[in-house]
Design a binder for this molecule. Sequence first.
Ligand SMILES: NC(=O)c1ccc[n+]([C@@H]2O[C@H](COP(=O)([O-])OP(=O)(O)OC[C@H]3O[C@@H](n4cnc5c(N)ncnc54)[C@H](OP(=O)(O)O)[C@@H]3O)[C@@H](O)[C@H]2O)c1
Length: 337
Amino acid sequence: MTTRKLRWGILGAARINQQLMPAIVAAKNGELVAIASRRPGAAAETLAQYAPQEKQVTIFDSPESLLKDDSIEAVYIPLANKDHAEWAIKAIEHGKHVLCEKPMALTVADIEAIEKAATQHNVTVMEGFMYRFHPQHARVKEIIDSGIIGNVRSVKSCFSYTMQPAREYRIDNTIENGSGAMWDIGCYAIHAARLPFYNDSPLAISAMAKHISTGADVSCNGIIDFGDGKYAHFDFSFEHARRAEYEIIGTKGGLKCHNVWAKQAETPIISWWTESGQQCQETLPLANHFLLEVEHFNQCIIDDVKPQLSFDDAKTNCQLIVSALESVQSGKAIKLN
Ligand SMILES: NC(=O)c1ccc[n+]([C@@H]2O[C@H](COP(=O)([O-])OP(=O)(O)OC[C@H]3O[C@@H](n4cnc5c(N)ncnc54)[C@H](OP(=O)(O)O)[C@@H]3O)[C@@H](O)[C@H]2O)c1
């Protein structure tokens, strides 16, 4: 039996291709057939760097020309945050399925426009929160659903590292242009903080942040109110030591996911405890969440089913980000509808 392989194009020569390009190539149900860049030579250089064995990949000198190739079924959008909505819609209008890097867009209205276009053209679109495809988060859900830590009341999610000079291009512009810690890593911290509250809608959000002279934020702390005393705390920074973890407290115990953004070689560890005296530390098998993300996306299209990360999820995350930024500016908690 032959396995159907989705035919992929990559819409930019971004640094994140270091992770996604090998994943698209290695996926059992997909193949990389093209890459484009607006900068002469950059696409070929990226291909030579991250997938040198892929000699048949077509190089396009613009994203537009790649989109006109009817043999390409899906595109990966690794462009700068402010360009996601424009290129997602262009790709959809060319009938392409779209895996768009996080954040899908900088406004809820833009996500709604992407969703409308996707519905009209009958294509699949997913926001690239790759970490959610690591099996450790399914294990966390299993622990919560077992009832062993009781009803979830509080979450704290943290994402930080000290920014290296080579990465300062991520904070060299304004927040409105998609620069800064909130759009870059805050979107993960907020996404992960929502994880155990999958049955609840956020009611309000409050945040405070530090900004630098470019206008970008570099550190932020905030709280989301899920009602009935359920709160999610998030904390992210480009100025703190490395952390990528979340802690969930229930009425009978708690759990911690120690390495939320676990890459392929980093050991996934979950620990949990109960008031009745149980304590456990689970070490899970290594996994490549980029590969799992791409294979999931491919299979959804092949089987014509909805992807795990929905438009509603993307809109809720974007609404929380925009409202957190508003809270930082106004110094007030922002109520959500
Ligand atoms: N999932 C993850 O783990 C993860 C990690 C990091 C970033 N991201 C996301 O991925 C996206 C891309 O992030 P990135 O840091 O990889 O961005 P990046 O390297 O700055 O690339 C973004 C775009 O800018 C252009 N570009 C790249 N290098 C350039 C240069 N030296 N001069 C001028 N233009 C250049 C490229 O388009 P052209 O080739 O067309 O010029 C590229 O597609 C963002 O949305 C980010 O949030 C995700």
